[in-house]
Design a protein around this ligand. Structure first.
Ligand code: CP
Ligand code: NVA
Length: 306
Protein backbone atom coordinates (compact mmCIF):
# COMPACT_ATOMS: atom_id res chain seq x y z
CA UNK A 1 0.00 0.00 0.00
CA UNK A 2 1.75 3.15 -1.19
CA UNK A 3 -0.71 5.73 0.13
CA UNK A 4 -3.86 5.78 2.27
CA UNK A 5 -6.11 8.28 0.50
CA UNK A 6 -9.55 6.62 0.49
CA UNK A 7 -10.92 3.13 1.18
CA UNK A 8 -12.09 2.87 -2.45
CA UNK A 9 -8.39 2.46 -3.38
CA UNK A 10 -7.88 -0.58 -1.12
CA UNK A 11 -8.75 -4.20 -1.80
CA UNK A 12 -10.76 -6.15 0.78
CA UNK A 13 -7.58 -8.07 1.59
CA UNK A 14 -5.72 -4.82 2.27
CA UNK A 15 -8.45 -3.56 4.61
CA UNK A 16 -8.45 -6.86 6.50
CA UNK A 17 -4.66 -6.84 6.66
CA UNK A 18 -4.72 -3.37 8.24
CA UNK A 19 -7.16 -4.70 10.85
CA UNK A 20 -4.83 -7.63 11.57
CA UNK A 21 -1.84 -5.31 11.96
CA UNK A 22 -3.82 -2.94 14.19
CA UNK A 23 -4.92 -5.83 16.43
CA UNK A 24 -1.31 -7.05 16.65
CA UNK A 25 0.04 -3.58 17.50
CA UNK A 26 -2.69 -3.13 20.10
CA UNK A 27 -1.74 -6.44 21.70
CA UNK A 28 1.94 -5.47 21.68
CA UNK A 29 1.24 -2.04 23.18
CA UNK A 30 -0.95 -3.49 25.94
CA UNK A 31 1.60 -6.17 26.80
CA UNK A 32 4.76 -4.09 26.69
CA UNK A 33 6.11 -5.93 23.63
CA UNK A 34 8.55 -3.68 21.74
CA UNK A 35 7.39 -2.59 18.28
CA UNK A 36 9.53 0.40 17.37
CA UNK A 37 9.03 -0.12 13.67
CA UNK A 38 9.40 3.57 12.78
CA UNK A 39 12.77 4.18 14.47
CA UNK A 40 14.42 7.16 12.80
CA UNK A 41 11.32 8.01 10.73
CA UNK A 42 9.51 11.36 10.79
CA UNK A 43 5.86 11.98 9.96
CA UNK A 44 4.36 15.40 9.16
CA UNK A 45 0.89 15.86 10.63
CA UNK A 46 -0.78 18.77 8.79
CA UNK A 47 -4.12 20.09 10.04
CA UNK A 48 -6.30 22.55 8.18
CA UNK A 49 -9.29 21.72 10.42
CA UNK A 50 -9.67 21.16 14.17
CA UNK A 51 -8.89 17.78 15.75
CA UNK A 52 -8.66 16.17 19.16
CA UNK A 53 -8.42 12.43 18.42
CA UNK A 54 -6.68 12.33 15.06
CA UNK A 55 -3.92 14.72 16.05
CA UNK A 56 -3.13 13.21 19.42
CA UNK A 57 -3.39 9.57 18.35
CA UNK A 58 -1.04 10.14 15.42
CA UNK A 59 1.40 12.02 17.69
CA UNK A 60 1.35 9.34 20.37
CA UNK A 61 1.30 6.57 17.76
CA UNK A 62 4.47 7.75 16.05
CA UNK A 63 6.14 8.06 19.45
CA UNK A 64 5.14 4.52 20.44
CA UNK A 65 6.53 3.28 17.12
CA UNK A 66 9.87 4.98 17.84
CA UNK A 67 9.37 7.75 15.28
CA UNK A 68 8.71 11.49 15.38
CA UNK A 69 5.40 13.15 14.56
CA UNK A 70 5.55 16.87 13.78
CA UNK A 71 2.25 18.71 14.22
CA UNK A 72 1.87 21.43 11.60
CA UNK A 73 -1.02 23.88 11.77
CA UNK A 74 -1.74 24.64 8.10
CA UNK A 75 -2.66 28.22 9.05
CA UNK A 76 0.94 28.75 10.14
CA UNK A 77 2.35 27.31 6.94
CA UNK A 78 2.95 29.05 3.62
CA UNK A 79 0.02 26.99 2.25
CA UNK A 80 -2.18 29.59 3.95
CA UNK A 81 -0.42 32.32 1.91
CA UNK A 82 -0.83 30.52 -1.38
CA UNK A 83 2.22 28.25 -1.73
CA UNK A 84 1.25 25.55 -4.20
CA UNK A 85 0.60 21.95 -3.30
CA UNK A 86 3.33 20.88 -5.74
CA UNK A 87 6.02 22.97 -4.04
CA UNK A 88 4.85 22.21 -0.50
CA UNK A 89 4.97 18.45 -0.91
CA UNK A 90 8.23 18.46 -2.90
CA UNK A 91 9.84 20.19 0.08
CA UNK A 92 8.19 18.07 2.77
CA UNK A 93 9.23 14.93 0.86
CA UNK A 94 12.86 15.96 1.48
CA UNK A 95 12.40 16.06 5.28
CA UNK A 96 9.71 13.56 6.15
CA UNK A 97 9.11 9.86 5.52
CA UNK A 98 5.32 10.23 5.44
CA UNK A 99 2.73 13.05 5.44
CA UNK A 100 -0.67 12.87 7.11
CA UNK A 101 -3.10 15.67 6.27
CA UNK A 102 -6.58 16.77 7.36
CA UNK A 103 -8.03 19.20 4.86
CA UNK A 104 -11.10 20.15 2.81
CA UNK A 105 -10.84 18.91 -0.76
CA UNK A 106 -10.06 15.30 -1.57
CA UNK A 107 -8.23 16.54 -4.68
CA UNK A 108 -5.64 18.25 -2.44
CA UNK A 109 -4.75 14.92 -0.83
CA UNK A 110 -4.65 13.19 -4.21
CA UNK A 111 -2.34 15.95 -5.50
CA UNK A 112 0.03 15.51 -2.56
CA UNK A 113 0.32 11.84 -3.53
CA UNK A 114 0.82 12.77 -7.17
CA UNK A 115 3.54 15.38 -6.69
CA UNK A 116 5.32 14.09 -3.59
CA UNK A 117 7.62 11.13 -3.17
CA UNK A 118 6.55 9.92 0.28
CA UNK A 119 3.38 8.10 1.41
CA UNK A 120 0.34 10.32 2.06
CA UNK A 121 -2.33 9.51 4.66
CA UNK A 122 -5.77 11.13 4.53
CA UNK A 123 -6.69 12.26 8.05
CA UNK A 124 -10.16 13.49 6.89
CA UNK A 125 -11.40 15.43 3.90
CA UNK A 126 -14.88 16.62 2.98
CA UNK A 127 -15.19 13.40 0.94
CA UNK A 128 -14.03 10.74 3.37
CA UNK A 129 -12.58 9.79 6.75
CA UNK A 130 -10.79 6.49 6.12
CA UNK A 131 -8.50 6.37 9.19
CA UNK A 132 -11.59 6.59 11.40
CA UNK A 133 -13.28 3.70 9.65
CA UNK A 134 -10.31 1.37 10.12
CA UNK A 135 -10.73 2.03 13.87
CA UNK A 136 -14.49 1.47 13.58
CA UNK A 137 -14.04 -1.87 11.80
CA UNK A 138 -11.47 -2.94 14.39
CA UNK A 139 -14.02 -2.16 17.11
CA UNK A 140 -16.70 -4.19 15.34
CA UNK A 141 -14.29 -7.10 15.07
CA UNK A 142 -13.45 -6.88 18.78
CA UNK A 143 -17.10 -6.85 19.90
CA UNK A 144 -18.48 -9.31 17.37
CA UNK A 145 -15.44 -11.49 16.60
CA UNK A 146 -15.96 -10.88 12.87
CA UNK A 147 -17.29 -8.42 10.33
CA UNK A 148 -18.48 -10.88 7.68
CA UNK A 149 -22.26 -11.28 7.59
CA UNK A 150 -23.07 -8.48 10.05
CA UNK A 151 -25.53 -5.70 9.34
CA UNK A 152 -24.41 -2.11 9.79
CA UNK A 153 -26.77 0.85 9.71
CA UNK A 154 -25.59 4.45 9.36
CA UNK A 155 -28.08 7.18 10.19
CA UNK A 156 -27.64 10.83 9.29
CA UNK A 157 -25.70 13.02 6.89
CA UNK A 158 -24.33 11.41 3.73
CA UNK A 159 -20.97 12.96 4.60
CA UNK A 160 -17.30 11.93 4.83
CA UNK A 161 -18.11 9.35 7.53
CA UNK A 162 -21.00 7.87 5.56
CA UNK A 163 -18.84 7.61 2.44
CA UNK A 164 -16.06 5.74 4.26
CA UNK A 165 -18.37 3.55 6.35
CA UNK A 166 -20.25 2.33 3.29
CA UNK A 167 -17.04 1.32 1.52
CA UNK A 168 -15.42 -0.14 4.65
CA UNK A 169 -18.47 -2.17 5.65
CA UNK A 170 -19.00 -3.64 2.20
CA UNK A 171 -15.31 -4.43 1.71
CA UNK A 172 -15.27 -6.38 4.97
CA UNK A 173 -18.34 -8.47 4.20
CA UNK A 174 -21.00 -6.55 6.09
CA UNK A 175 -24.30 -5.48 4.66
CA UNK A 176 -24.92 -1.77 4.92
CA UNK A 177 -27.98 0.42 5.08
CA UNK A 178 -27.40 4.17 4.85
CA UNK A 179 -30.33 6.22 6.13
CA UNK A 180 -30.04 9.78 4.87
CA UNK A 181 -32.48 12.56 3.97
CA UNK A 182 -32.97 12.80 0.20
CA UNK A 183 -31.00 16.05 -0.04
CA UNK A 184 -28.06 14.72 1.95
CA UNK A 185 -27.14 11.47 0.24
CA UNK A 186 -23.65 9.95 0.15
CA UNK A 187 -21.36 10.79 -2.79
CA UNK A 188 -22.39 9.38 -6.18
CA UNK A 189 -18.97 7.71 -6.55
CA UNK A 190 -19.68 5.75 -3.37
CA UNK A 191 -23.24 4.88 -4.40
CA UNK A 192 -21.89 3.60 -7.74
CA UNK A 193 -19.36 1.43 -5.88
CA UNK A 194 -22.05 0.12 -3.52
CA UNK A 195 -24.43 -0.71 -6.37
CA UNK A 196 -22.16 -3.62 -7.31
CA UNK A 197 -22.99 -5.24 -3.94
CA UNK A 198 -26.65 -5.75 -4.88
CA UNK A 199 -28.99 -6.13 -1.92
CA UNK A 200 -26.10 -5.98 0.58
CA UNK A 201 -26.41 -2.19 0.24
CA UNK A 202 -29.53 -0.12 0.78
CA UNK A 203 -30.10 3.60 0.81
CA UNK A 204 -33.30 4.79 2.44
CA UNK A 205 -34.68 7.76 4.33
CA UNK A 206 -36.52 6.03 7.20
CA UNK A 207 -34.32 5.37 10.27
CA UNK A 208 -36.70 2.62 11.43
CA UNK A 209 -36.26 0.70 8.19
CA UNK A 210 -32.46 0.83 8.55
CA UNK A 211 -32.36 -0.10 12.23
CA UNK A 212 -34.33 -3.36 11.93
CA UNK A 213 -32.03 -6.27 12.72
CA UNK A 214 -28.88 -4.12 12.77
CA UNK A 215 -25.79 -5.42 14.59
CA UNK A 216 -23.99 -2.07 14.43
CA UNK A 217 -25.64 1.35 14.47
CA UNK A 218 -23.60 4.40 13.74
CA UNK A 219 -24.08 8.10 13.18
CA UNK A 220 -22.20 11.36 12.90
CA UNK A 221 -22.81 15.06 13.44
CA UNK A 222 -25.42 16.82 11.32
CA UNK A 223 -23.06 19.73 10.62
CA UNK A 224 -19.49 18.90 9.69
CA UNK A 225 -16.43 21.12 9.88
CA UNK A 226 -16.66 23.81 7.24
CA UNK A 227 -20.49 23.75 7.16
CA UNK A 228 -21.08 25.87 10.26
CA UNK A 229 -23.15 28.44 8.36
CA UNK A 230 -25.68 25.72 7.44
CA UNK A 231 -26.16 24.53 11.03
CA UNK A 232 -29.68 25.89 11.55
CA UNK A 233 -30.94 24.62 8.20
CA UNK A 234 -29.41 21.22 8.91
CA UNK A 235 -31.07 20.96 12.32
CA UNK A 236 -34.41 21.10 10.52
CA UNK A 237 -33.42 18.73 7.71
CA UNK A 238 -32.04 16.08 10.09
CA UNK A 239 -34.76 16.17 12.76
CA UNK A 240 -35.63 12.53 13.46
CA UNK A 241 -32.32 11.17 12.09
CA UNK A 242 -31.32 10.21 15.57
CA UNK A 243 -30.12 7.08 17.37
CA UNK A 244 -32.29 6.75 20.46
CA UNK A 245 -33.76 4.06 22.69
CA UNK A 246 -36.91 3.77 20.56
CA UNK A 247 -34.80 2.99 17.51
CA UNK A 248 -32.54 0.60 19.44
CA UNK A 249 -35.59 -1.61 20.13
CA UNK A 250 -35.65 -2.44 16.43
CA UNK A 251 -31.99 -3.44 16.28
CA UNK A 252 -30.57 -6.79 17.39
CA UNK A 253 -30.62 -7.01 21.20
CA UNK A 254 -26.82 -7.17 21.32
CA UNK A 255 -26.30 -4.37 18.80
CA UNK A 256 -23.40 -2.03 19.36
CA UNK A 257 -23.39 1.72 18.74
CA UNK A 258 -20.46 3.61 17.25
CA UNK A 259 -19.82 7.33 16.96
CA UNK A 260 -16.62 8.83 15.58
CA UNK A 261 -16.94 11.80 17.97
CA UNK A 262 -17.29 14.63 18.71
CA UNK A 263 -20.97 13.93 19.51
CA UNK A 264 -23.88 16.34 19.77
CA UNK A 265 -26.23 14.86 22.34
CA UNK A 266 -29.94 15.13 21.58
CA UNK A 267 -29.13 15.79 17.93
CA UNK A 268 -27.78 12.69 16.11
CA UNK A 269 -27.84 10.60 19.32
CA UNK A 270 -29.58 10.95 22.68
CA UNK A 271 -27.48 11.31 25.84
CA UNK A 272 -29.18 8.15 27.15
CA UNK A 273 -28.20 5.93 24.22
CA UNK A 274 -24.74 7.49 24.06
CA UNK A 275 -24.05 6.65 27.70
CA UNK A 276 -25.48 3.13 27.40
CA UNK A 277 -22.97 2.50 24.61
CA UNK A 278 -20.07 4.54 25.97
CA UNK A 279 -17.94 1.38 26.28
CA UNK A 280 -18.01 0.76 22.54
CA UNK A 281 -17.71 4.42 21.62
CA UNK A 282 -14.61 5.01 23.72
CA UNK A 283 -13.04 1.71 22.65
CA UNK A 284 -13.61 3.00 19.12
CA UNK A 285 -11.83 6.25 20.05
CA UNK A 286 -8.93 4.28 21.57
CA UNK A 287 -8.73 2.19 18.43
CA UNK A 288 -7.84 5.30 16.41
CA UNK A 289 -4.40 4.97 18.00
CA UNK A 290 -3.91 1.34 17.01
CA UNK A 291 -5.43 1.83 13.56
CA UNK A 292 -3.19 4.82 12.82
CA UNK A 293 -0.10 2.90 13.89
CA UNK A 294 -1.12 0.11 11.51
CA UNK A 295 -1.70 2.53 8.63
CA UNK A 296 1.66 4.23 9.20
CA UNK A 297 3.68 1.01 9.27
CA UNK A 298 1.77 -0.28 6.23
CA UNK A 299 2.38 2.75 4.01
CA UNK A 300 6.02 3.05 5.15
CA UNK A 301 6.48 -0.70 4.61
CA UNK A 302 7.83 -0.98 8.16
CA UNK A 303 5.80 -3.90 9.52
CA UNK A 304 7.99 -7.00 9.87
CA UNK A 305 7.21 -9.66 7.28
CA UNK A 306 5.90 -12.92 8.72
N1 CP B 1 -13.22 11.45 15.04
C1 CP B 1 -12.27 12.37 14.78
O1 CP B 1 -11.67 12.41 13.70
O2 CP B 1 -11.99 13.19 15.82
P1 CP B 1 -11.11 14.52 15.78
O3 CP B 1 -11.83 15.49 14.89
O4 CP B 1 -11.04 14.96 17.20
O5 CP B 1 -9.76 14.19 15.21
N1 NVA C 1 -18.22 14.61 9.68
C1 NVA C 1 -17.41 15.21 10.71
C2 NVA C 1 -16.44 14.21 11.26
C3 NVA C 1 -15.56 14.74 12.36
C4 NVA C 1 -14.57 13.73 12.85
C5 NVA C 1 -16.68 16.42 10.17
O1 NVA C 1 -16.17 16.35 9.04
O2 NVA C 1 -16.64 17.45 10.84
Amino acid sequence: MKHFLKLLDLSSAEVNELLDIAADLKYKQKNGIPHKYLEGKSVALIFQKASTRTRTSFEVGTYQLGGYGAFLNANDMQIARGETVQDTIRVLSRYFDCVMIRTFEQSYVEDLAKYGSVPIINGLTDFCHPTQVIADLLTVREYKGKTEGLKMCYIGDGNNMANSLIVGALKTGMSMTAVCPDDYRPAQEVLDFAAAYGDKFKLCSDPREGAVGADVLTTDVWTSMGQEEEAEKRKIAFAGYQINEELMKLANPDAIVLHCLPAHREEEITAETFEKHAAEIFDEAENRLHAHKAIMVAVMDAYPKA
